[in-house]
Design a protein around this ligand. Sequence first.
Ligand SMILES: Nc1ncnc2c1ncn2[C@@H]1O[C@H](COP(=O)(O)OP(=O)(O)OP(=O)(O)O)[C@@H](O)[C@H]1O
Ligand SMILES: [Mg+2]
Length: 286
Amino acid sequence: MGAGDGASAVPTVIAVASGKGGVGKTSVSINLAASLVNAGQRTLLLDTDMGLANVDVMLGLAPRFTLADVFAGRCELQDTILQGPNGLLIVPAASGKRHMTELLPQQHVGLVHAFSQLEVPLDVMVVDNAAGIADGVLTFCQAAQDVVVVVCDEPASVTDAYALIKVLSRERGVTRVQVLANQVQNPIEGRQLFEKLERVTSRFLDVTLNYLGAIPRDEWLRRAIQRQEAVVDAFPSSPSALAFRDIARRARQWQSPPGARGHVEFFLERLVARATAATSARSAAA
Ligand SMILES: Nc1ncnc2c1ncn2[C@@H]1O[C@H](COP(=O)(O)OP(=O)(O)OP(=O)(O)O)[C@@H](O)[C@H]1O
Ligand SMILES: [Mg+2]
């Protein structure tokens, strides 16, 4: 995790994704980010999904500018940042019809790059992704140090999580995935979900899955959403809030690869290398 020694430190980037929609990515992103802020980490939550229940709606914030304005040249990335609870910083999703997943690949890369240039001292950045395996989702996951894949106890959730991990592993060079079970009835259910996913990935893919833990299905979390607050702030002793704090504690232990200045650089390097390889392959074929 970021050393916390000023703007020169590279923040840890955590991407939250799931494959299937509605499993709890936005709830996890908000509460993970809020728990990290409460633990003293300078945290920014980036909302890349403009679904109905997006981060600013869930936290009752009114964005003045969004990423759409950045792309249209109407403002700088810095101008989109909102102040959330307890100093949590939030970059709201692009509003309007245009979906993040409709942006061109070079715009995703541009965005990842813009974040690496952002002169706001940060320890950690949490990225809430859209459902599915669109290019934008894959790019944000690839650019992150850690990918948290949220699953719940539905067959489609497990198969879609597998599909996501498969493309991340085979096409995006992701070698480690954190699995978070959400809306579980009991801890055993969470562990079993993880094992189900691990059985298939270990057979077919070259990727390591870590079990991050489980968040119980919790009525307090729904109530917090109605109050437009993070459950960790609204109901700090509720079962889900306790679980989120525990998970944030574990996430703070994650280490960047030794010597890395941040995955963003890795990511850009890989991308450039691949583009160069493609160009030379084309010229060799010509
Ligand atoms: N642990 C939980 N306990 C109870 N309800 C939950 C829990 N997690 C999520 N939910 C419910 O599921 C709904 C969907 O959650 P959320 O919006 O976080 O999912 P999502 O994966 O971000 O969805 P989308 O794919 O549409 O972006 C929430 O509005 C909430 O009612
Ligand atoms: Mg969401």
